[in-house]
Write a protein that binds this ligand. Structure first.
Ligand code: NAD
Ligand code: USQ
Length: 442
């Protein structure tokens, strides 16, 4: 099949592109290198060194004999993405290309606006371009389990059968997201469902839990194929963060009581879930939702597991109880259904101490690269202005937003405001990330 991976330079998108290419599909990747740019400005970096997209694709060609086709550009630029879809003619689009961090979206107004515009407009552009140029294409969209929040009843897969005042209907499951980032996914879901209904598009919304892990079969083939691995307080997710903290014996940063329960999955299962969705497409006009995770844990359980595994390797850890910088339930009921991908054939890789040991071993090799000053969380959900990066010049008016200031924000009457015309004026598609990490105009 002809498959287009949006966000194909990211933590999940890059290994997904290789996974699908190895299965014999013709794969294209789209990315605007947003994450690399924000790292540079915010003082963060992938723990494992990563090659440029150009170098990765060349290495993949050498190792596998397969070709991945790159498209460098921003999906917020409609001319760019509609042209890519017109030319590449994908049968399925796997959409990973969003700003993925909840803390980033809670830094301040600019970051909340950026997150929602980047994610919601990007997805809207995809929907319009699919309808106009490739209406039979299957949109496989990465959503999040966080769309549901933590209700005091079981969480269903997307829809709930409700009886109300003697009448009955099957309706979208209620959403109670916990950040402006998670809200962007809810808005995406509504737009996608609506486009399926009015235009007859087909889509699978994968409400994915928190992903952990450092290696897939493909990344393990060659160092140059490594995917990024984030561990800082903005981009890192909880279990990946705990593993990095473990290798330098940093106290594990459990927020609040640690009773927060979430769904988790191994990065290798992410690859397979997406493949299963592609191989079993919905009918035209159908919008369906799969809950994509394999196990539930509380944060404290994960901390205990990491502590115990690290101890066997001679690393001694404390579990720190930090004030919770987020506004979230710290002890609650959680029972989320997740049978639809298993019904399609998913065989999960469950979290074990053996797997954790292998992650710790891999990370240990890079412990000299850990920037300790980036580990503690920066962003307090209760504040409307937080420091926006770990770099030397990142106060409240940090640089992170200014890099893309031309794209999304214009100064007017002394206040920053979002302007649609600014998007057209300087699309990020005109910028390329060089292999030395510098961002240069094309
Ligand atoms: P990532 O930041 O590593 O990858 C996202 C990629 O998309 C980056 O390379 C970025 O440069 C690119 N991108 C962002 N905006 C873009 C735009 N406008 N145009 C083109 N490219 C753009 O993040 P990730 O962890 O790989 O997450 C990928 C997707 O999966 C996100 O949508 C995220 O919300 C979702 N997700 C991630 C997890 C997780 O635990 N990592 C869990 C559930 C859902
Ligand atoms: N947490 C800690 N300590 C830490 C980091 C996090 O206790 O050092 C807690 C958080 O307070 C939260 C939980 O761990 O209760 C999960 O936090 P996270 O940062 O691992 O995950 P989250 O912010 O929800 O976002 C991540 C990805 C996002 C994806 C989401 C899936 O960044 O792209 O959508 O996981 S889910 O959590 O199912 O919504």
């Amino acid at each position: 099949m002809r498959l287009l991976v949006i966000g194909g330079d990211g933590y999940l998108g890059w290994p997904q592109a290789m996974f699908l290419s190895r299965k014999g599909h013709h794969v294209g990747v789209v990315d605007n290198f947003l994450h690399r740019q924000l790292d540079q400005k915010g003082g963060t970096d992938s723990l494992i060194p990563i090659c440029s997209l150009e170098e990765r694709i060349a290495a993949w060609g050498e190792v596998s004999g397969e070709r991945i086709e790159p498209f460098s550009g921003d999906i917020n630029d409609y001319a760019f993405i509609s042209d890519v879809i017109k030319r590449f003619k994908p049968e399925a689009i796997i959409h990973y290309g969003e700003q993925p961090s909840a803390p980033f979206s809670m830094i301040d107004r600019d970051h909340a606006v950026f997150t929602q515009v980047n994610n919601i407009v990007g997805t809207l552009n995809l929907l319009f371009a699919i309808k106009e140029h490739q209406p039979a294409c299957h949109l496989v969209k990465l959503g999040t389990m966080g769309e549901y929040g933590t209700p005091n009843i079981d969480i269903e897969e997307g829809f709930i059968d409700i009886s109300h005042n003697g009448r009955r209907d099957i309706l979208p499951y209620p959403k109670q997201p916990g950040s402006f980032y998670h809200l962007s996914k809810v808005h995406d879901s509504h737009n996608i469902m609506f486009a399926c209904k009015v235009w007859g598009l087909r889509s699978t919304d994968l409400n994915q839990g928190v992903v952990y892990g450092v290696e897939t079969e493909e990344t393990a083939l060659d160092e140059r194929l490594a995917t990024r691995f984030d561990y800082d307080g903005i981009w890192g997710t909880v279990l990946n963060r705990f593993c990095v903290q473990a290798v330098i014996e940093h106290p594990l940063t459990v927020y609040g009581q640690g009773g927060q329960t979430r769904g988790f999955l191994d990065i290798r299962d992410t690859m397979r879930c997406v493949e299963l969705a592609i191989l079993n497409p919905p009918a035209p006009g159908e919008y369906r939702v799969f809950n994509q995770f394999t196990e539930q844990f509380t944060i404290r359980q994960l901390a205990e597991l990491v502590k115990e595994t690290a101890r066997k390797k001679g690393l001694f850890l404390e579990i720190a109880q930090e004030d919770d910088p987020r506004v979230e339930a710290q002890a609650h009921y959680y029972n989320a259904k997740h049978t639809r991908l298993v019904d399609l054939g998913l065989k999960p890789h469950y979290l074990s101490d053996v797997l954790l040991e292998s992650i710790l071993d891999r990370l240990f090799r890079y412990r000299h690269r850990i920037r300790k000053e980036t580990i503690l969380p920066l962003v307090d959900w209760r504040k409307t202005r937080n420091p926006c990066g770990y770099g030397p010049s990142t106060g409240l008016q940090g640089l992170a937003i200014e890099l893309w200031g031309n794209r999304l924000f214009s100064e007017g009457n002394g206040a920053r405001s979002w302007s649609a015309s600014a998007i057209n004026a300087v699309p990020v598609s005109r910028w390329n990330m060089a292999s030395d990490g510098a961002v240069k105009p094309r």
